[in-house]
Design a protein around this ligand. Structure first.
Ligand SMILES: [Zn+2]
Length: 75
């Protein structure tokens, strides 16, 4: 399994799905099934993504994605 990189995980700027504020950096916090085509990404800002995990409502892969971003930023 290849490790995800921050550049691949971070999505273009736009409104956060939770706080509705404009975020320069967003990350997929969930996926929604569509009738056709690929699953849609639900994008949230990093603070909201971390909050989801704190509340225990975040996906296990979300913790991994955030950890991957943090790892790269520490350098
Ligand atoms: Zn947010």
């Amino acid at each position: 399994m290849t490790r995800a990189r921050a550049a691949d995980l971070l999505k273009p700027a736009g409104p956060c799905c939770h706080c509705k504020q404009h975020a320069e950096e967003r990350i997929a916090v969930d996926y929604v099934e569509r009738a056709s085509g690929p699953a849609g990404e639900v994008l949230g800002c990093l603070p909201c993504a971390r909050s989801l995990l704190r509340w225990g409502t975040g996906h296990p892969w979300l913790a991994q994605d955030l950890a991957a971003i943090d790892r790269e930023r520490k350098r």
